[in-house]
Design a protein around this ligand. Structure first.
Ligand SMILES: [Zn+2]
Length: 113
C-alpha cells in the first residue's frame, strides 16, 4: 500500500468518529491493513470527561490488528485528524498510544502536521 492510499483510508475511517475531533488510523503491512477511529464512550457533555473515556484511533486499530493476529512488526501506521470542514489538522500520539505503538512493534508512524 502506498502512503497516499493509506491517508485516504484513514480519512474515510475518521468519518466514523463520534468525538469532537475526527481521527482515523490505518495500520498496514505487506498484505493486510486494519483501521480505527476515535470513539467516545460517554456523552460529550459529561462534566468530568477525560481522555480515558474514549478509545483512540490508534488503540482501536491496534486492537483490531491483534484480533486478526496481524503481524505488526515492521508495519506502518498513519493517523489523520480532520476538522468539520474536512481540513487536515495536526495531531500527535498521547502517552498511552505512544507506549502501545512502541510495544507492538509498529516501525513507522505518520501523523498529520
Ligand atoms: Zn491516544
Amino acid at each position: 500500500m502506498k502512503l497516499d492510499e493509506a491517508v485516504m483510508i484513514a480519512v474515510n475511517e475518521s468519518h466514523q468518529s463520534n468525538a469532537k475531533y475526527h481521527l482515523g488510523a490505518v495500520i498496514y503491512s505487506a498484505n493486510k491493513f486494519v483501521t480505527g477511529h476515535i470513539r467516545n464512550l460517554h456523552c460529550t457533555h459529561q462534566r468530568n470527561a477525560t481522555p480515558m473515556n474514549s478509545v483512540h484511533a490508534e488503540e482501536m486499530a491496534i486492537q483490531r490488528a491483534l484480533r486478526i493476529e496481524m503481524n505488526l512488526n515492521n508495519s506502518t501506521m498513519v493517523v489523520v485528524r480532520i476538522n468539520n470542514s474536512g481540513m487536515f489538522r495536526c495531531s500527535y500520539p498521547c502517552d498511552e498510544c505512544r507506549r502501545l505503538i512502541n510495544s507492538v512493534g509498529i516501525r513507522t508512524v505518520y501523523y498529520c502536521k
